[in-house]
Design a protein around this ligand. Structure first.
Ligand SMILES: *[C@@H]1O[C@H](CO)[C@@H](O)[C@H](O)[C@H]1NC(C)=O
Ligand SMILES: *[C@@H]1O[C@H](CO)[C@@H](O)[C@H](O)[C@H]1NC(C)=O
Length: 131
């Protein structure tokens, strides 16, 4: 269903994150892995294909030194990543807490989630996309 490279990339990214965490013996200037919790869209949200919306996330617990503050917004269906190669948004500063996206032309469904990805990802609640 997905190109292998997509999965490979994802697992390499995951592995990098885990090895970072595992090998961090609390150095003086610690750089922290950061995956902000998604606030919107949330359960009950309905988006229509083609609409513009702001994805928002909580930055109140952002660590002082983060390893990667370049963010990416990816659409997921259930627990599958859709189109990691073509994220809804990328190359923005994750500390801005919001990013406008255009709802892509996907099959209607009530099991979509948004993943906001910094060093590692955090998915939001399930929401609905309609035509
Ligand atoms: C998204 O947020 C920006 C900044 O607050 C605002 O200018 C823009 O109109 C918002 N877009 C939508 C679709 O609400
Ligand atoms: C949100 O709504 C869906 C149905 O669309 C439901 O299956 C899911 O358990 C709900 N809760 C969360 C936290 O996503």
């Amino acid at each position: 269903m997905f190109p292998t490279s997509t999965f490979t990339l994802f697992f390499i990214a995951l592995f990098a994150v885990f090895s970072l965490v595992a090998s961090a013996p609390a150095p003086l200037l610690q750089r922290d892995v950061y995956s902000p919790p998604v606030l919107y869209p949330r359960n009950g949200t309905v988006w229509r294909v083609g609409e513009h919306h702001n994805v928002t996330w909580d930055i109140s617990n952002a660590p002082e030194h983060i390893t990667n503050n370049i963010g990416m917004v990816i659409l997921c269906r259930d627990h599958e990543l859709l189109d990691l190669d073509r994220p809804l948004a990328k190359n923005f500063n994750i500390l801005i807490a919001r990013h406008e996206i255009v709802v892509p032309d996907v099959e209607p469904g009530n099991n979509y989630r948004i993943l906001v990805f910094g060093d590692s990802g955090n998915t939001g609640e399930m929401f609905t996309i309609t035509k």
